[in-house]
Design a protein. Sequence first.
Length: 227
Amino acid sequence: MLCRGTLIDLSGLAIILIKHIIFDLDETLYPRRAGLMQEIGERILRYMIERMGFSPDEAEAKRARYFHAYGTSLRGLMTEETVDAEDYLTFVHDIDLADYIGPSPALDAMLRRIPLAKIVFTNATREHARRVLDVLGIADHFPFVIDIRAMDFINKPDLHAYRRILDLIGARAEECIIVEDTPRNLRPAKVLGMTTILVDHGECSEVDYCVDDILAVGDVVARILKI
């Protein structure tokens, strides 16, 4: 029996096997309980208040609405307001990561067991992603980081972002596994044909696999690849 994510072309009897595994960054490669994304959220509010002049109540309301409508606060600000995207991204990611995360030898070992090309796919910046990967001690696994700029500032869960990453890595959806902590960011990937793995979330009905911890992804991949 073929594993999930494998495609057969009956006309040519060609088999396309999974070649890539795509990881979200924040709260996927490190636990939600680390608190880093909560700090980024606080800095988003500070930016909207201090740099854009919104009241605290306005900033909170807009941030919530933008997240639900656009997937990120930045996309909402770029669509409905006037914002310097680079200034925003620099401000919200200006955090001492060592206060929240540290080296993870277990994660490093798990990634080494996965015989696939590994990519980070994030709504944040490449600089933030590289800093996180360095602090976790896993940067050597990820030669490619696809960030918000590479997606033309059109973020997950917009379908354009997923088509864009496939173009950038030169892959078909059926050749990819994608790992995320947010169900709505996996739905478009599944529509395109990627194999989906959800980390640390209870809503498992719309994805292929669910795990409680990122360290369990290695076992799921081994099952998918039958290794």
